[in-house]
Design a protein around this ligand. Structure first.
Ligand SMILES: *Cc1c(COP(=O)(O)O)cnc(C)c1O
Length: 461
């Protein structure tokens, strides 16, 4: 295979700063060993998230200048609306400032106390918005999706039999909608197959339950269908995306992911009456329906980004680059969630650092050490993020998996950055037995990972 090249030239550059290991140790200590508390200037390769961190194209920047800031009826809105129609095929679209605002509007208009919302896996903002209206978020991922080392082409699939059983047990009236998250961000960035979208849609239709798609990474999912599912190898990825949405009643979207924009989102639907109620809610907190909490220039950037993200050369490079990173470190003995997914590589820290028990936070140790090793910032997705401390006894309960996510921002880093990343991770692998665990010195009662402080139970060198 030939070298993976970026299908773009670079017109604007942003310097990133090398630091010495000594500097990084001092900075990390000052941040209480929590990389969320580092300044981004002190990070060389920032893989904390792929959300809102995409590089925009020359066309998108040109669109920003064309942005029309009229309060009502701006041409930028109509260009945005047309792009959503073209890519997703939904009739009614409501712009929002982020994906979570779209979620709040969707669940407030469809759900109430006592309802259940099944999904393959709800993303954390989705779960929080379901729970905020008194409903319960139910994850029905196929069992393969929870086994990191198991190879399966579509580990994001929803377990259709469990969905049918849930509907039988709880009754159609308690299930106002079903969600599918494409790709499954909380489950290793794993895709959902077209066959699964169709099967879930068929069950929903039979029971008269609407199906909504959390579409944040729809283009990456569509391209993974093309690479992995029979019958799609020669289909244009735009058509694959349209086919996915043809099976759904609507979607929520964070344009900070596959919108290739730095902010924005929307909710879309085929249901005119629902859209009307959603617009009324939008006006209350987001803004008039032709801007919905965004500037006209943001709508332009999203309209262009939604089309660019489906360009075949871009998607080929994007997925090859993620796969290259995963395969290179796996070949060097680093256990990862298999197979590599769409936007990130997840290292299985429990398997990589088996001498550190879950309550000694192996993922946190790995995140700290990757920063010390190479100025790399990843994120712990394990006991720090999803573990629980009993408020009465203070007893800690570990999370089901100890992962570290390395999310690749879109169009930002080059192949040589990825090579550097591989070298740094493999250099750390050589000395991994020398590192120990971490303990909390401070934690907030909720969402503790953002502000927690830690101390190492060994001497980081
Ligand atoms: C990011 C994300 C959201 C929420 O979007 P925001 O723009 O961050 O509010 C919802 N679902 C998934 C799968 C996401 O990755």
């Amino acid at each position: 295979m030939r070298t993976i090249i970026e299908p773009f030239r670079i017109k604007v550059v942003e310097p990133i700063r090398m630091t010495t290991r000594e500097e990084r140790l001092a900075l990390l200590r000052e941040a209480g060993y929590n990389v969320f508390l580092l300044r981004s200037e002190d990070v060389l390769l920032d893989l904390l998230t792929d959300s809102g961190t995409s590089a925009m194209s020359a066309e998108q920047w040109a669109g920003m200048m064309r942005g029309d800031e009229s309060y009502a009826g701006s041409p930028s809105y109509y260009r945005f609306e047309e792009a959503v129609h073209e890519v997703f095929g939904f009739e009614h679209v409501i712009p929002t400032h982020q994906g979570r605002a779209a979620e709040r509007i969707l669940f407030e208009t469809l759900c109430g106390p006592g309802d259940l919302v099944p999904s393959n896996t709800h993303f954390d903002t989705t779960r929080a918005n379901v729970e905020a209206v008194g409903a319960r978020a139910v994850d029905l991922l196929i069992p393969e999706g929870l086994r990191p080392s198991e190879v399966h082409p579509f580990k994001g699939n929803l377990d259709v039999e469990r969905l049918e059983a849930l509907i039988r047990q709880e009754g159609v009236d308690r299930i106002p909608l079903v969600m599918l998250t494409l790709t499954n961000n909380s489950g290793g960035g794993q895709p959902v197959s077209m066959a699964n979208v169709k099967a879930v849609s068929e069950v929903c239709r039979r029971h008269g339950i609407p199906l909504y798609i959390d579409a944040c990474r729809f283009a990456e999912n569509a391209y993974l269908i093309r690479l992995r599912e029979e019958g799609y190898a020669d289909r244009p990825v735009r058509e694959i995306a349209r086919e996915i949405f043809s099976h759904a009643d609507g979607c929520t979207m964070s344009a900070k992911k596959d919108g290739l924009a730095n902010i924005g989102g929307f909710v879309a639907t085929r249901d005119a009456e629902l859209a009307q109620r959603q617009r009324n809610l939008l006006i209350l907190t987001e803004g008039f329906p032709t801007y919905g909490g965004l500037a006209g220039r943001d709508l332009e950037a999203i309209a262009i980004g939604l089309r660019e993200v489906l360009e075949e050369d871009y998607l080929e490079y994007r997925l090859a680059s993620v796969r290259y990173l995963g395969e290179a470190i796996a070949a060097g003995g680093v256990p990862i969630v298999q197979p590599p997914g769409g936007h990130a590589i997840y290292i299985d820290a429990a398997a990589f650092l088996p001498h550190i028990s879950p309550l000694e936070l192996p993922g946190q140790a790995l995140v700290a050490e990757l920063y010390l090793e190479g100025g790399i910032r990843g994120v712990e997705v394990g006991t720090v993020m999803f573990g629980r401390r009993d408020p009465d006894t203070g007893e800690e309960h570990p999370a089901p998996m100890e992962l570290v996510r390395l999310a690749l921002p879109r169009r930002v880093y080059t192949q040589s950055h990825v090579d550097y990343l591989v070298e740094a991770i493999l250099a750390f692998a050589e000395r991994r037995e020398q590192v120990g665990g971490f303990r909390f010195t401070y934690q907030a009662p909720v969402l503790r990972h953002f502000t927690a402080r830690f101390e190492p139970m060994y001497e980081p060198a």
